[in-house]
Design a protein around this ligand. Structure first.
Ligand code: GLC
Length: 741
C-alpha cells in the first residue's frame, strides 16, 4: 500500500505540477463532465453537523467520492492532520488531483474567541473588526481551513430570531462597512498567502427577515426593503472582493433564494459582476423541493444551477442528477463550465495548485492558536463591545474598596457561555468568567450563583432544560446581597440559547433569573446588572428598577476581564447598540430607520399610529450607549458643496472628568421622495477619543450614493431638494439643507 501511495504521489505531483501551470480554462478543458460536477459538490465531514442530517443520496461513500474526484470541498474538517489526510486522498487519489477547499464557520474566531458579531459591531470600530478577522484567518489557516463561511451580513429587526447574534444589526450602512472590513481581514491583499483565506458573504439574501423571528420561516419582503436594507452589505462585500457568496434558505417573492436567477445571475453575477462562486447553504438546493418550488431533487438541481448556485452543500443534488440533466439537454454544459471555472479560479487564487498543503501545517497550528497577542485583542474587542445601557445614579464605575461587593448570577462563573454560539474551535469552558475577572483585578468580593439557569446545559438549545423550579440558591444570594454595599448580578442567556435554530418566542431573562433579580433587589436595590446575551432581552422591570445596566453580550475568551475592567473603571465603555432594544415583545419589529407613516403625531384622538399600552419607541434605541464621561455637540455646519454633495462639520467635546471615546453618528433625512424614505438613515460615523475638556471637529462628506436610494424595482435614484442632517449619539443637532442635481 505504501509503495502504491508513494507511486501515486509521484504521478500526482507531476500531474499537479502540470495543473499548476494551467489556467482554470485550460484545466477545465481536461475535465470530464463527472469531474466538473465533482468540483460543484461540497460535503460535510462527520466532525460537526451544522445542519439537518442529509437525506437522499447521503449514504454516499464520501471518502470514495473524494478519491475519485467527485468532491470539490469539505466543510467542518478541523485540524491540520485531518485536513492533510483528506487532501492527500483528493490530490493523490483522483485522476487530476484537484485540491479540495476546506470550509468552516469561523464567525467570531477560530480558537481565540472574540465577541459574537452583534457584540463586536457595538464597538463601531472597523479597524478592530478587520483585525479580529485577520487573527481568525491566521488561526484557521494554521489548522487547514482555506475558506470561511463568514461574514454573516444579513440585516435584521427581530431579536426573537436566534441568528441576530451572528450579524451586525439592523443598519445597512454600518453592516456594509463591517462587511468590507471583514472581507479585508479574512482575505488580506494576497489570497495565496498561507495565512489568508477565502471569505463568504452570507446569506444571500433576506434570511434575516423571517416572519415572527422564527428561523427558516418565510419572509415577506418589499422591493424597498430588499434593495435599501438587505442587499447593500452584499454589494459592499462584492466590491471588497469577497470570493464566495452563500445563498439563503428563504423565499423571495415565492422563489427560494437558491433558485432565484434574478438575484444570483442577473444581479450578483450580472449587474454587480461578481466573479467568485455561489455556494448553497446546507441542503438549500434540496429544500427547493421542500418549499414546493420543484417536484423532486432532480428538478431542484436543475432550478439551482440555472439560477446560478455553483456549489451544492450537502444536498447530494448535483452529484446525483446534474450529469443526467446535461445528457438529456435540460441543462447546458455551459452552466456547469461557468460554475466550475468560478470554483477553480478561487482555488488558483488560494495557491492550492501550487501547493495543496499550503494551509496544512501542524507545527504552525500548534504555534498560531491562542497567541498572547490574540488574547489581548480578544480583551480589547470585548471591552469595546460592552454597551452601558443605564447608569442613572452614576453607580458605575464601582470603587474596588468601597465596601462589600456581592457577585451573584447564573452566569457569574460561567466559562463557556461567553464563547457564544458559532464558537468555531474554541475550547469548551475556556473563557475568563466574571468571577475570574474580578479575582484578576484583586477585587475583594463574595459570590454565589443564586440560581442555575439550566438543569443540564447541553450544546444544543433544545437540550437545555431551563430551570424553572430549583430555587435552592436564592437564600444564599439574598443573604449575600443583604450584607453587601453593592451587588453585581450577571444574568442572561447560555451560549447556545442563541444562534441558528435558537429562535425564542419569549426573550425575557430565561428561567428564574428575573425572580432572583427581584428577590435580591428587595433586600439591596444597589444593583449593577451585567447582561451576558446573544440578543436584546426584554427587561422592562430591570430598566425601571435597577440603577446600572450594561450588556457584555457573549464576549469571547476574555469576557470576564473586560467586564471587570469596565465595572471598576479601568476602562470607559464606548459601545453603541447596532440593534434597537425593544421594551416589550409586542413592539417587535421596532427599528430606528422606520417609515414616518401617515399618522405619526400624537393627538387627543386615538387616530394616530401608536399602541394604547406601550410606547412606539424601543427601550434603548439604535446608536445608544453611555460613557463614564459626557460629550457635547456644537457648531454644526451643513454646507451644500457641489452638485449632489453635502459637507458636514460638527464640534464634539468631552464635558466630563475622564477620557472617553464617542461614536459620532451622522443621520440623513429625506423628507419628501417618490418612494418615501425612513425618518432617518445612518450615513456616517466616527469614533473620537477625547481627554477631559478636549474637543475636535468631526467632518463628513455625503455624495450622490449617500443621498440617493433604490426604488422598489432596484433602480437607483437621486432626487434633488431638501435634506436634513442630524448628528449625535442618537440625534442631538440638526440642520436642513437644499441640494441641487
Ligand atoms: C448552516 C448555516 C450556514 C453555515 C452552514 C455550514 O446551516 O445556515 O450559515 O455556514 O450551514 O455550517
Amino acid at each position: 500500500m505504501q509503495f502504491l501511495l508513494s507511486a501515486l504521489s509521484m504521478v500526482s505531483v507531476s500531474l499537479l505540477q502540470g495543473l499548476a501551470s494551467d489556467t482554470p480554462e485550460q484545466l477545465l478543458g481536461k475535465m470530464t463532465l463527472e469531474e466538473k460536477i465533482g468540483q460543484m459538490n461540497l460535503y460535510a465531514s462527520e466532525w460537526d453537523l451544522t445542519g439537518p442530517p442529509p437525506t437522499e443520496g447521503s449514504n454516499a461513500d464520501k471518502y470514495e467520492h473524494i478519491r475519485t474526484g467527485k468532491v470539490g470541498g469539505v466543510l467542518n474538517v478541523t485540524g491540520a492532520d485531518a485536513a492533510r489526510r483528506m487532501q492527500q486522498l483528493a490530490v493523490e487519489g483522483s485522476r487530476l488531483g484537484i485540491p479540495l477547499l476546506f470550509g468552516y464557520d469561523v464567525i467570531h474566531g477560530y480558537r481565540t474567541s472574540f465577541p459574537i458579531p452583534l457584540g463586536e459591531s457595538s464597538s463601531w470600530n472597523l479597524e478592530l473588526m478587520e483585525q479580529t478577522a485577520r487573527i481568525s484567518a491566521i488561526e484557521a489557516t494554521a489548522a487547514g481551513i482555506n475558506w470561511v463561511y463568514s461574514p454573516m451580513i444579513d440585516t435584521f429587526r427581530d431579536p426573537r430570531w436566534g441568528r441576530v447574534m451572528e450579524g451586525s444589526g439592523e443598519d445597512p450602512f454600518l453592516t456594509s462597512k463591517i462587511a468590507a472590513a471583514k472581507v479585508r481581514g479574512y482575505q488580506g491583499t494576497d489570497l495565496s498567502r498561507p495565512d489568508t483565506l477565502a471569505a463568504c458573504a452570507k446569506h444571500f439574501a433576506g434570511y434575516g427577515f423571517p416572519v415572527a423571528g422564527r428561523d427558516y420561516n418565510t419572509t415577506i419582503l418589499d422591493g424597498r426593503t430588499l434593495h435599501n436594507i438587505i442587499l447593500p452589505p452584499f454589494k459592499a462585500a462584492v466590491d471588497a472582493g469577497v470570493r464566495s457568496v452563500m445563498n439563503s434558505f428563504n423565499l423571495i417573492d415565492g422563489i427560494p433564494a437558491t433558485a432565484h436567477a434574478g438575484l444570483q445571475r442577473d444581479l450578483l453575477k450580472g449587474k454587480w459582476k461578481f466573479d467568485g462562486f455561489v455556494v448553497s447553504d446546507w441542503a438549500s438546493i434540496a429544500e427547493i423541493a421542500v418549499h414546493g418550488a420543484a417536484s423532486d431533487l432532480r428538478q431542484a438541481a436543475q432550478r439551482a444551477i440555472l439560477a446560478g448556485s455553483d456549489m451544492d452543500m450537502e444536498s447530494f443534488a448535483y452529484v446525483t442528477h446534474l450529469a443526467g440533466l446535461v445528457e438529456e439537454g435540460l441543462v447546458s454544459e455551459a452552466w456547469i463550465d461557468d460554475a466550475v471555472l468560478r470554483i477553480l479560479r478561487v482555488k488558483t487564487e488560494l495557491g492550492l495548485f501550487d501547493d495543496p498543503y499550503r494551509y496544512i501545517d501542524a507545527t504552525r497550528e500548534r504555534e498560531a492558536l491562542l497567541r498572547p497577542a490574540h488574547l489581548d485583542l480578544a480583551l480589547d474587542a470585548a471591552i469595546q463591545s460592552i454597551v452601558l445601557l443605564k447608569n442613572a445614579t452614576n453607580l458605575l464605575p464601582l470603587d474596588k474598596d468601597a465596601g462589600k461587593i456581592a457577585l451573584i448570577g447564573a452566569l457569574a462563573d460561567d466559562k463557556d457561555s461567553p464563547l457564544g454560539n458559532w464558537r468555531g474551535m474554541a475550547i469548551e469552558n475556556s473563557a475568563v468568567s466574571v468571577v475570574e475577572g474580578f479575582r484578576n483585578l484583586g477585587v475583594d468580593f463574595t459570590w454565589t450563583k443564586g440560581v442555575k439557569l439550566a438543569m443540564n446545559p447541553g450544546k444544543m438549545a433544545d437540550l437545555v432544560n431551563v430551570n424553572t423550579t430549583d430555587r435552592s440558591g436564592f437564600e444564599e444570594a439574598i443573604r449575600l446581597a443583604r450584607e453587601s454595599e453593592v451587588v453585581v448580578m450577571v444574568l442572561g442567556e447560555l451560549g447556545h440559547q442563541t444562534g441558528e435554530g435558537r429562535s425564542r418566542a419569549d426573550i425575557g431573562l430565561p428561567g428564574l433569573q428575573q425572580e432572583l433579580l427581584e428577590a435580591v433587589h428587595a433586600v439591596n436595590p444597589n444593583i449593577v446588572l451585567v447582561l451576558m446575551n446573544g440578543r436584546p432581552l426584554i427587561i422592562p422591570w430591570a430598566a425601571e428598577n435597577v440603577p446600572a445596566i450594561l450588556t457584555a453580550w457573549h464576549g469571547g475568551s476574555r469576557a470576564g476581564d473586560a467586564i471587570a475592567r469596565v465595572i471598576f473603571g479601568l476602562e470607559n465603555p464606548s459601545g453603541k447598540l447596532t440593534m434597537s432594544w425593544p421594551g416589550s415583545i409586542g413592539q417587535i419589529p421596532v427599528y430606528y430607520n422606520h417609515d414616518r407613516t401617515g399618522r405619526p403625531d400624537a393627538n387627543p384622538s386615538v387616530f394616530w399610529s401608536h399602541y394604547n399600552d406601550e410606547s412606539n419607541e424601543p427601550l434603548y434605541p439604535f446608536g445608544h450607549g453611555l460613557s463614564y464621561t459626557s460629550f457635547g455637540y456644537s457648531e454644526l455646519q451643513v454646507t451644500p458643496s457641489g452638485p449632489r454633495t453635502i459637507d458636514v462639520a460638527v464640534r464634539v467635546s468631552n464635558l466630563g472628568q475622564r477620557s472617553g471615546t464617542e461614536v459620532v453618528q451622522l443621520y440623513l433625512t429625506d423628507p419628501v421622495a417618490q418612494a418615501v424614505r425612513p425618518v432617518k438613515e445612518l450615513k456616517g460615523f466616527a469614533r473620537v477619543t477625547l481627554a477631559p475638556g478636549a474637543s475636535t471637529v468631526q467632518r463628513f462628506r455625503l455624495t450622490k450614493s449617500d443621498l440617493g436610494y433604490f426604488l422598489p424595482d432596484g433602480s437607483f435614484t437621486f432626487e434633488p431638494g431638501e435634506f436634513i442632517l442630524t448628528v449625535g449619539p442618537t440625534g442631538t443637532l440638526s440642520q436642513q439643507v437644499s441640494v441641487s442635481d
